[in-house]
Design a protein around this ligand. Structure first.
Ligand SMILES: [Zn+2]
Length: 180
């Protein structure tokens, strides 16, 4: 369910990071992780040999498959949402299938694909290896990730939306961990 948004106009024209005072022209609402969590378990000198990485696809040891997707958390009382571009695992069969229909205009008709979330989302209790599904979008757009882990606060917030106040807490926390 998604409530009608109440648009805030003319408020928050600039945004300031609490940890260091950096000013932004627009509130940073899109965060992301460059790699799936699994990647960090690989010794740096083995990465080149063991990891195949493309913009939104990653294969480790030719046996562990990951793809990038987007978690959207609606902000109920604001005109933009909060995004996390993160990684989930995907089965080898589904990975291959996704590759095959990468350019297909019908790709939205395929899936969804089950996966275990591979990144920690700031401020939430453990989000590594929680259940999710990936829902295909138009060509050129990474899939939307829906958290299906039962009773997980991230899934609940994704379904119900969060307040602007809570979103700002998450943003400040996420920026702090980037700036430290
Ligand atoms: Zn900062």
């Amino acid at each position: 369910m998604r409530l009608t948004k109440i648009f805030r106009k003319g408020k928050e024209t600039t945004f300031k990071c609490n940890c260091c005072g950096t000013e932004y022209d627009e509130i940073p609402l899109c965060f992301g992780s460059e790699f799936p969590d699994y990647y960090y378990s690989i010794p740096p000198d083995e990465i080149e040999k063991r990891v195949e990485l493309e913009k939104s696809l990653c294969v480790v040891d030719k046996t562990h498959f990951f793809h990038r997707g987007r978690i959207t958390i609606p902000i109920l009382d604001f005109n933009k949402d909060l995004y996390f571009d993160i990684w989930t695992s995907i089965s080898p069969e589904n990975f291959e299938f996704r590759m095959d229909c990468w350019e297909s205009p019908n790709r939205k008709d395929f899936g969804p694909y089950f996966g275990w979330l591979q990144n920690q989302i700031p401020t939430y209790e453990n989000t590594i290896n929680i259940k999710s599904i990936a829902i295909e979008q138009d060509a050129g757009t990474i899939p939307e990730i829906e958290i299906t882990e039962e009773n997980h606060p991230l899934g609940i917030d994704q379904r119900n939306g969060i307040t602007y106040k809570k979103a700002m807490e998450i943003v400040q926390y996420a920026l702090k961990s980037q700036h430290e």
